[in-house]
Every structure is written in structure tokens, then in C-alpha cells.
Write a protein that binds this ligand. Structure first.
Ligand SMILES: Cc1cc2nc3c(=O)[nH]c(=O)nc-3n(C[C@H](O)[C@H](O)[C@H](O)COP(=O)(O)OP(=O)(O)OC[C@H]3O[C@@H](n4cnc5c(N)ncnc54)[C@H](O)[C@@H]3O)c2cc1C
Length: 432
């Protein structure tokens, strides 16, 4: 007899959602976490899109540990000395059912894992799964770093985050290419709440999300700036191979972005409380592993489910969505007494019929588009150049007209019209 019905490895959002669904289905489940508490080891940019919780934790907004509700979303395109911002705000995101919220991961992950334990899952902290237990090809449990710490189960769900060595050990990742990964670095900067309200033009518990393009120098990537109650989260996401080849350290690139004239006044006078870094599975659909084998499922970042599509960086909601689907599929397979690969196939079909694989498939090309030289360097120069010329008054010269400005700026930025057209068509197909 196995020790429990299911073992979930990793108490991040994916693992907590999987354990919650299994426990609610009446299954015995261990939720293993290497940190002293859920979220203690976890970092991210800072915005959770909570609507995925509507059915999992009805009324979640009344109890989730939120810093601010995002009611202003700005996309900033910058060059070394210019910035062009599309700044959207809506009051409707500041009331139920809300849209995005800034939250600290130690608070959020601990809260969500608490839902799983309330439902009956057993959380085992400060315990690392060090490998898989097998019976032939079948996964039958995990090895842990506790003395006599082998644990057996009918099904294991690997939610151990990016670079999941459990998924690799199970042979689910055929290969790992560094080009599929980015590294995220972040500073948490303390500022008084009233200063944040004033600088960002928000009141009460409303907050701001800036996504930034053109801020990473020679390294393809992007930046972000989010408001918490009395801190800012400021960071960069950087292509891993380009970072390694370029020789400039991520802290230096982040320092440069913070010194940009469009960012410096927002962060000025703040005290850096924390610096953290983490790898992101950037390539989405194109890098996903096999999602199951006999006795095992993979969910969340462990299965590269994070959506990194330029204007969207969504991992927590995809982790919850895939974790919950894995938990439900495992519960169903346990009920039928078949946790073989075939018995667990419901997992993939649940993902196929949900936003998780629908969005990933649709946005498959987005990471490539966003990381292209055109999007990273040439278009920011072009957009900022056109804006500067359109708004500049060169009297006594008459206004040059948009067509002439465009022609000159295309040339100045070395942008070919045919590249813009083919890029735009690809973008339309992807985002349209
Ligand atoms: C810089 C950066 C910015 C980001 N910004 C955002 C954002 O603003 N919004 C958003 O939605 N997403 C964002 N993401 C993505 C998001 O953080 C991830 O997609 C999400 O955390 C994935 O959840 P998960 O549960 O799959 O994995 P994780 O959150 O990584 O959780 C994995 C858990 O498993 C535990 N673990 C790992 N190995 C073991 C083991 N062997 N044994 C036991 N426990 C183990 C870890 O301690 C951890 O608790 C960002 C990521 C980064 C790096």
C-alpha cells in the first residue's frame, strides 16, 4: 500500500492548487515544500491575475493578501533618452471581480497553500524531494532529504518550478536549450505610501503596473515597475544566452534603467530592501515537456506553463490553472483506479479546453516576436523618434507631415519597411 494517494512536490501556486483539488476530492495528499513555509523561496515581478480563483476560492478578493489593485496599466517604450508611454486606467479594475493585484509571494503562496491544508492536504515544509522512486518505468513516489524520507503514492504531481529536475528525471523533457530561458532580477524599494500615491497618481488601495520595452541595452528583454502598498517592485527580464555572452551584469542593467529620466523620478529616494533573481521558462508552448507518464503529472513552471508574451507576463494564474487541472485529473484517475499514463490523459484534455493551452498555442510566436531585434531596438527608436518629431515645433520651418517623418525615422533607425510589414503581419496573426 502506498503511504498516500498523491504527493505534490512544491507549494507554489501550481502545487497549492493541485493539492487543494485533490484534498477536496477526498484524497490523501502530501504537499512537499523545500522552504520553511510556502512562498519563502519564491520571487516574481509582482502582479497576480486572480480571476482563475473565482471558482477555486469564491470571493477570494475579500481574503487574499493583496498589496494594491492594479487600476493603471502603462506600456512604456524607451530609448536611452526618450520614453513613449501608453497609459491606461480604469476604475472598474478597482472593484470586484478586479483584474490584477500586486502581492508578495510569501504572503500569497502561504495563503493559497493554507486553502489546501484547510481542505485536508498535509503540508510538509523544509523537505526537498531529491529524486523519484520507480517500479520499472512507473513513478511510485519520491525520495526526500529527510532521514528515512522515502514516500510512496499512486500519483506524483511535480510542481517544483522552472528547471524541474523531477520532470527531467522522469524523461519528460527531451532537451533543454538555454535560449528558451530568461532570467528575472528585481529590487524591492521602500517608499512611504503617500509618496507612491502622489508619484503614481493613485489613491487608497489602487496601484500601477508599468511594462517597459527598450530598457535592457544590448540584451533582449524587458522591464517592469509595480506599486505595492509602501514599496515598488522594479526589475528586468533578460535573455539568458545574451546575458552570458554580453558580459554586463544584470544589476548594472537594472541600475541603468533606474537612472533613465522617465524612471528616476519614480524611484528617487527609495531604499532598496531586497534584491532577488529567478529563471523564467520564456519559450512557452515550444519548450513544453510531455505532461505525464505512468504515475506522474507536471504542472506550472515545471511544465513551462508561464506565459511570457511581451505585454503579458503571467505565470501565477497559469500555474494555478494547470495545477488545479492536474489535481482534478489525478483525483479522477485515482477514482477509476488507473494512474497509468493513459489513465492520467484527462490532464492534457483539461488543459486543452482551458485558457492554459489555448493561450499558449495562440501566442506561441509571441516570445520570438518580442525578443526580435526589430521589437527590441529598432521599433522603440522608431516610435520615440516619430513622437519627438510630431510634437516638436520647428518654426520658422513648417510642420513636416507624418509621411516625411516616418520616412526619415525609418532610415535613421535602420528599419526596413518590409521587415515592419512582415513583423506586423506575424504580430496580427499572433495577437489578433
Ligand atoms: C522576475 C520574474 C517576474 C515575474 N513576474 C510575474 C508576474 O508579475 N505575474 C505572474 O503571474 N507571474 C510572474 N512571473 C512568473 C511566476 O513567478 C511563475 O510562473 C510562477 O511562480 C510559477 O508557479 P509554480 O508554482 O509553477 O512554481 P514556483 O512558484 O517556482 O514554485 C515552485 C515551488 O516548489 C518548491 N520546490 C522546488 N523544488 C522542490 C523540491 N525538489 N522539493 C520540494 N519543493 C521544491 C519551491 O520552493 C517553490 O515553492 C515572474 C517570474 C519571474 C522570475
Amino acid at each position: 500500500m502506498p503511504d498516500v494517494d498523491a504527493i505534490v512536490v512544491g507549494a507554489g501556486p501550481a502545487g497549492a492548487a493541485a493539492a487543494l483539488e485533490l484534498a477536496r476530492a477526498g484524497r490523501s495528499v502530501y504537499l512537499l515544500e523545500r522552504g520553511p513555509f510556502p512562498g519563502s523561496k519564491n520571487m516574481y515581478g509582482g502582479v497576480v491575475y486572480g480571476r482563475i480563483l473565482d471558482t477555486l476560492v469564491p470571493g477570494w478578493w475579500d481574503e487574499a493578501p493583496v498589496q494594491r489593485w492594479v487600476t493603471r496599466r502603462a506600456t512604456m517604450i524607451m530609448t536611452g533618452h526618450q520614453a513613449l508611454t501608453v497609459d491606461f486606467r480604469t476604475e472598474s479594475w478597482g472593484r470586484p471581480p478586479y483584474n490584477g493585484a500586486t502581492a508578495y509571494r510569501p504572503d500569497f503562496d502561504a495563503w493559497l497553500a493554507g486553502k489546501a491544508t484547510d481542505a485536508g492536504a498535509v503540508l510538509v515544509t523544509s523537505t526537498t524531494a531529491t529524486g523519484l522512486l520507480r517500479d520499472g518505468d512507473r513513478v511510485v513516489g519520491v525520495r526526500t532529504d529527510r532521514p528515512d524520507g522515502d514516500l510512496t503514492a499512486d500519483v506524483v504531481i511535480a510542481c517544483d518550478g522552472v528547471n524541474s529536475f523531477l520532470a527531467k528525471e522522469a524523461g519528460l523533457y527531451p532537451h533543454t536549450d538555454p535560449a528558451n530561458f530568461t532570467v528575472g532580477v528585481k529590487e524591492t524599494i521602500a517608499l512611504p505610501r503617500e509618496v507612491i500615491d502622489e508619484r503614481f497618481g493613485v489613491r487608497g488601495d489602487h496601484g500601477v503596473d508599468y511594462e517597459i520595452v527598450g530598457c535592457t541595452g544590448d540584451v533582449p528583454g524587458g522591464g517592469f515597475l509595480y506599486t505595492n502598498t509602501d514599496t515598488l517592485s522594479v526589475g528586468l527580464v533578460l535573455s539568458l544566452p545574451a546575458l552570458a555572452a554580453g558580459g554586463t551584469r544584470p544589476e548594472e542593467l537594472l541600475r541603468r534603467m533606474k537612472e533613465h529620466p522617465a524612471i528616476a523620478p519614480l524611484v528617487e529616494g527609495g531604499e532598496v530592501k531586497e534584491y532577488s533573481a529567478h529563471v523564467i521558462p520564456e519559450a512557452g508552448y515550444d519548450m513544453m515537456p510531455e505532461l505525464s507518464c505512468d504515475g506522474m503529472l507536471v504542472a506550472g513552471d515545471a511544465a513551462a506553463m508561464c506565459l511570457a508574451a511581451g505585454i503579458w507576463l503571467e505565470g501565477v494564474n497559469f500555474a494555478i490553472g494547470s495545477g488545479a487541472a492536474a489535481g482534478r485529473a489525478a483525483a479522477r484517475a485515482l477514482q477509476r483506479g488507473d494512474t497509468s499514463n493513459e489513465g492520467l490523459a484527462g490532464y492534457r484534455s483539461r488543459l486543452e479546453s482551458s485558457f492554459v493551452l489555448a493561450d499558449h498555442r495562440k501566442l506561441r510566436d509571441a516570445p520570438h516576436l518580442v525578443m526580435s531585434d526589430l521589437a527590441q531596438r529598432q521599433l522603440p527608436g522608431l516610435a520615440c523618434g516619430v513622437a519627438e518629431r510630431m510634437f516638436r515645433v520647428d518654426n520658422p520651418e513648417p510642420k513636416p507631415g507624418l509621411r516625411r517623418i516616418l520616412r526619415q525615422e525609418l532610415k535613421r533607425n535602420g528599419v526596413k519597411v518590409r521587415d515592419v510589414v512582415s513583423h506586423s503581419l506575424r504580430a496580427l496573426r499572433t495577437f489578433g
